[in-house]
Design a binder for this molecule. Structure first.
Ligand SMILES: [Zn+2]
Ligand SMILES: [Zn+2]
Length: 72
């Protein structure tokens, strides 16, 4: 039995069209292989209000605490 991490629609689908949940980044369909994303892909995804890339599961938010974690 699996408990969904968030209430995103993709967790309820038995065959999700995306690999990762755009809201929590969890893999919802492991049968879809990870894609190599470009910056443009992530920019577009971010504009769609996604917190995570649905293709590779990478966190898209960089305006809050993302930059603070960069080594100088
Ligand atoms: Zn989720
Ligand atoms: Zn990606």
């Amino acid at each position: 039995m699996t408990s969904p991490l968030c209430d995103n629609l993709n967790h309820r689908r038995s065959n999700s069209p995306v690999r990762c949940c755009p809201k929590c980044g969890a893999v919802v369909n492991a049968r879809i292989s990870t894609r190599h994303c470009s910056k443009a892909t992530h920019d577009r995804s971010r504009r769609n209000q996604n917190l995570f890339c649905v293709d590779c599961g990478e966190m898209l938010r960089r305006d809050t605490s993302g930059l603070a974690r960069l080594p100088h």
